[in-house]
Design a protein. Structure first.
Length: 105
């Protein structure tokens, strides 16, 4: 069994007349076994006001995934390129605070 962890942390604070505070934390754990893989990823963002984009507080995105040879299950926010990007291209531009995905509410 192979275990990987991912953590990214950003903090920004402006010093001029326009100040912003933003904390972005992206973390996850991936468990790899010979026959299957499990992923748990989430992003937490606190921005008041953000440098650009919408005000976000709390868990921004999450993904729970299970994968093996015959089955792939993903729950949450996932980013895929469907049909070589011609059908649907879902991406997250974090540096612009721009989320380009289909949301089902």
């Amino acid at each position: 069994m192979n275990i990987q962890t991912i953590s990214i942390f950003f903090y920004g604070e402006g010093d001029n007349n326009y100040t912003y505070e933003e904390i972005y934390f992206n973390t996850g754990i991936i468990l790899n076994r010979p026959d299957d893989r499990f992923e748990a990823l989430f992003s937490l963002e606190l921005s008041d006001p953000p440098e650009i984009g919408l005000k976000e507080e709390g868990i921004r995105e999450f993904l729970l995934g299970y994968y093996n040879k015959n089955l792939s299950i993903e729950l949450g926010d996932f980013y895929q390129t469907w049909g070589r990007g011609l059908i649907l291209n879902q991406t997250d531009y974090q540096h612009l605070d721009f989320l380009k995905q289909v949301q089902l509410d």
